[in-house]
Each structure stands twice: as structure tokens, then as C-alpha cells.
Design a protein. Structure first.
Length: 520
């Protein structure tokens, strides 16, 4: 009997052990459809990779339940998700429907997709923004976000203002039997994101005169010289079911007092990929099918007295993932001389495609533009120091070539002996005096002067400035023999030759007179 009783006890222990092999930890919360099933509280790791500069929240959409009597795991929608379904066109959507949608790749795919999972979860993302159910903030290290969560299914949403646009993501921490026990499976999602960017190109290589800190090209132009600007932008891939108001994408080009736009709105060239679109004088940009792809306007910020060229795109009608905007600008006479002037472009686009509000991210890039000047100092050549005797009303023509063929302007000295000419592009210039001050000789040779070469670095991070170039132009008075050649030699020759001739004549006359006297 003792042996039989011992064997029975062993059998009971083995039976109980076998029955509890699959046991899961549960709470007291029961399933809505099965009072004998309780919510599983065992946890697993949900990971999001490729999550750049972001915060992610995980919103639970499925609870997992365990019936210890039948050793069965089941799933039910959370109250928040079920409320959303009841209010939407997905009121007949079931848990089985959900698992059919997410079989295989359980993320929502690319940012542009026609999948039912994407449409469904995009709608729920908007519901979340409007109703604010509880979500778990995931921990992020580098580009990886993680959260240890109880078994179930989760919608993962980007909820920050990073440069990226993220599609909705689904993660299933499902429960499966493995090696004689229940296991809550970890899940890793590779985030589907789009990161718009743009480049701003101004002028060409010949306009670059300096490189600041080894990375920032500095360009120079003369006043009123037309130069092209080109914006090349990567089109954001907004999720298919993003709110229409949150699919904003466009550029703002800022024209301060120092820079002005050349031409009207129809002169702005807009390209979709390599295809040039049509721009009307009113700023309506259309494709070959007549669809309005973009709108161009000029707005003014009254406080800053700044004109803004604003190009806004309708991304639904863009075929390619790159757009180009080309225009012309020039520096005005209000441009700073030897100091930084800028053409500034701002990229603006929505980063929260499912929110009910418009969340705009701005990325700004400016190109440093410079123009230069020169001072001409006119003074008496005998001055110990320039401008001890300033000379007014000297006139110089300014040429950009040594052969004096390309005239760029003229300058006249004032009562202080100084003539100023601003708005010159970087380079070497030649000054030819065309009118000398009264009583002074005209300079025969041109004066060579270089502008934009005298650099002054400011504090770290500040752009450099450039001193105004100086051209020294001393003059000698009329009638003063110059050191080497000049108009003075003619004057002395004209006076000296008659005197010498008269002397020779008198000498001959008196010689002959002496001879006549001796003969008599």
C-alpha cells in the first residue's frame, strides 16, 4: 500500500507539473468575452531601429489573455482602440482581421502605401492626437528606441519635432508555446521615415573669392550684378493617409534690403525632377496635365521690412522626389561694403502628418554675399604724409582690365581729397585719371588696386569682414620738372631753346663787328 500510495503521489505531482508547464502571470482583469481568461502581465522588449532624432510612444491596441483552465491564449482590443473602431468605418473589424493584416511584415511598410493596416492605423493615429489616450514613452539610445511592455500589440508613433517624417508602425508582442512553456516574443521594427533636405546654390565657381573656416564659400558680386540662385529640394514622402493640412512642403526665400529679386513671378523656374513646369505671372505653377503643382507668392514681413518669395508645393501632384527652383537676384545699393550680406532660404514642412494641428519644421540655409569698395586719395606729391594737401575734383575712370577696355565706373575726389567707389566685385582694378586738379599735371600711368584682399577675422563663429581698399594718387604741380619725364620737360625746352639761340646769335654778331673794326 505504501508503494502504491507513493506511486499515486508521484503521478499527481507529475500531472500538476505538466499542467503548469504553460502557466503565465496574469492580473485580475478578465477578458470581455471570457470571464475565465485573465490579462497576461508577462513582458517582452519592443525595439524600434532607424529612429533618428526622435521620441516614440507605444499605444496598446491589443490585450493578451490566458485561460489557465484550458491553457489557451486569446486577444481582445483595448477599450481605447475599440472605441475608435466603433466610431470609424472599421466598426466590423475583428482581432482575426488584425492578425491577417499584420501577418509577415507587421510594420506598416513604406511611408507611401495602400495597405489596410496603414490606412487603419493612420486613422487611429489621428484619433490619438484628438483624444490623447495613454501611451508609453520609449527609451532611445542613438537611433534605437526600446520599451519593456506587457504582452499585446502596439501602435508606435513619432511624437517629436525632428527632421524626419515617420509612418505608423505596428509591433506585436505575441505569446507562443516554445519548448514546453509559453513565451512572450520580443519584436523589432525598422522605422520607415523620410528626411527632406535641400541645397542652395548661388552664382558659380568664379564668384567664390574666399573660404571661411575651410567650409563656408564666400561669394562676391558688384552692385546690381544679376546672379542666379538655385534651390534643390528632396520631396518628403508623406504617409498616404496623412491629414491634408499636414502635408505642407515649401521654400521661403528672404530678400532683405541688401538683396532684391530680379524679374517677376513668371521668371521663376520650377522643375519636377528634370521636367520644367509652367509658371504664370500670377505665380501659378502647373504640370503638363494642367494640375496645380505649386503656388508662388511674395509676402512682406512688416516688422523686418523683408520680402519673402514663398513657393508652396502640392506633393500629391509631384511625380519625382526632387524639385528645383531657379531665380535671379542682385545686391542693392544698400548692401554692406566688405561685410556679410545674405541670401537666406528656409525649408518648411510638416513633421507630424497625423495630428489635427499643423506642425511645421523650419530648416534655414544662408549664402554669404560680399561686395567691396575703394578709396582714392588725391594729394600733392610733395606732401610728407598723404592728404597733408588734399586735392579736389580729380576724376578717375575705373576699369576691370589692364587694357582699360571694360569700364565699371568713375570716381571724383572731394574737398578732403578722397573719392569713394562702392559695390565692386572681388578682383584687381585700374584707375585712369581723366581730369587732374587745377594747376596739377595729369597722371600718365593707371593706378592698380586690389579689392577684397584685406581680410579681418572677427570672433570665433563670426563671418570675416574686409577693409576698403586704398589707391594713392599724388599729383605734381604744372611747371615742376618731374623726377622722370612728364609734361614739365616740354616747358623747359620751349624756354631754354630760344635763350640758347639768342646767345649764339649775339656771339656771332659781336665777332663780326670786331673783325670789321680791325680792317678799318
Amino acid at each position: 500500500m505504501k508503494k502504491k500510495l507513493f506511486l499515486v503521489m508521484i503521478a499527481v505531482v507529475m500531472f500538476i507539473g505538466a499542467f503548469n508547464v504553460y502557466a503565465l502571470t496574469t492580473s485580475d482583469e478578465v477578458s470581455p468575452s471570457d470571464p475565465n481568461s485573465k490579462m497576461i502581465t508577462d513582458k517582452a522588449m519592443l525595439t524600434v531601429e532607424n529612429g533618428v532624432e526622435n521620441r516614440f510612444f507605444a499605444y496598446k491596441i491589443l490585450n493578451a489573455y490566458y485561460n489557465s483552465s484550458t491553457n489557451v491564449v486569446s486577444y481582445e482590443f483595448t477599450d481605447d482602440f475599440q472605441t475608435f473602431l466603433d466610431q470609424s468605418s472599421y466598426s466590423d473589424f475583428t482581432v482575426d482581421d488584425y492578425f491577417e493584416l499584420t501577418s509577415g511584415d507587421i510594420t506598416s511598410g513604406s511611408t507611401i502605401t495602400t495597405s489596410t493596416a496603414d490606412r487603419l492605423m493612420s486613422s487611429y493615429a489621428t484619433y490619438i492626437d484628438e483624444n490623447n489616450p495613454y501611451g508609453t514613452l520609449m527609451n532611445i539610445t542613438g537611433t534605437t528606441a526600446t520599451a519593456t511592455l506587457v504582452a499585446g500589440a502596439y501602435l508606435v508613433l513619432s511624437k517629436s519635432y525632428s527632421r524626419n517624417i515617420y509612418a505608423v508602425m505596428l509591433g506585436n508582442l505575441d505569446v507562443t508555446a516554445s519548448n514546453g512553456s509559453w513565451v512572450v516574443n520580443n519584436e523589432t521594427i525598422v522605422a520607415k521615415r523620410s528626411e527632406p533636405d535641400f541645397t542652395l546654390n548661388v552664382g558659380d565657381e568664379s564668384d567664390v573669392f574666399d573660404i571661411y573656416e575651410g567650409i563656408m564659400p564666400l561669394l562676391s558680386f558688384s552692385i546690381s550684378e544679376k546672379f542666379p540662385f538655385e534651390i534643390v529640394g528632396q520631396v518628403p514622402q508623406f504617409p498616404t493617409n496623412a491629414n491634408e493640412s499636414n502635408k505642407y512642403y515649401g521654400f521661403d526665400v528672404y530678400f532683405y534690403d541688401e538683396v532684391v529679386l530680379e524679374g517677376d513671378l513668371s521668371s521663376i523656374i520650377v522643375k519636377d525632377g528634370d521636367t520644367t513646369l509652367t509658371t504664370t505671372p500670377e505665380g501659378i505653377v502647373t504640370n503638363a496635365n494642367g494640375k496645380q503643382v505649386a503656388t508662388i507668392t511674395i509676402d512682406e514681413e512688416s516688422e523686418a521690412e523683408t520680402k519673402i518669395l514663398r513657393i508652396s508645393f502640392d506633393t500629391d501632384y509631384l511625380i519625382n522626389q526632387e524639385v528645383t527652383v531657379i531665380g535671379e537676384a542682385s545686391l542693392t545699393d544698400q548692401a554692406l561694403i566688405g561685410e556679410l550680406n545674405s541670401l537666406v532660404v528656409r525649408l518648411r514642412y510638416s513633421t507630424r502628418p497625423y495630428d489635427s494641428h499643423d506642425h511645421i519644421l523650419s530648416t534655414t540655409t544662408g549664402v554669404p554675399l560680399y561686395t567691396f569698395g575703394m578709396n582714392v586719395l588725391k594729394y600733392d606729391a610733395t606732401d610728407a604724409t598723404p592728404l597733408d594737401t588734399p586735392l579736389a575734383n580729380a576724376v578717375f575712370d575705373i576699369y576691370s582690365d589692364e587694357d582699360l577696355q571694360n569700364k565699371v565706373g568713375s570716381v571724383t575726389t572731394g574737398e578732403d581729397g578722397i573719392g569713394n567707389f562702392n559695390g565692386l566685385k572681388y578682383g584687381t582694378y585700374y584707375l585712369k585719371e581723366t581730369k587732374a586738379p587745377t594747376g596739377y599735371q595729369l597722371l600718365e600711368d593707371p593706378i592698380e588696386v586690389s579689392v577684397g584682399t584685406d581680410r579681418v577675422d572677427g570672433e570665433a563663429g563670426d563671418p570675416p569682414s574686409y577693409s576698403v581698399a586704398t589707391a594713392y594718387a599724388p599729383n605734381r604741380k604744372v611747371g615742376i620738372l618731374p623726377v622722370t619725364g612728364g609734361a614739365g620737360i616740354i616747358l623747359f625746352t620751349c624756354i631754354g631753346v630760344p635763350i640758347i639761340g639768342s646767345g649764339v646769335g649775339l656771339l656771332v654778331y659781336y665777332k663780326k663787328k670786331e673783325q670789321n673794326i680791325e680792317v678799318i
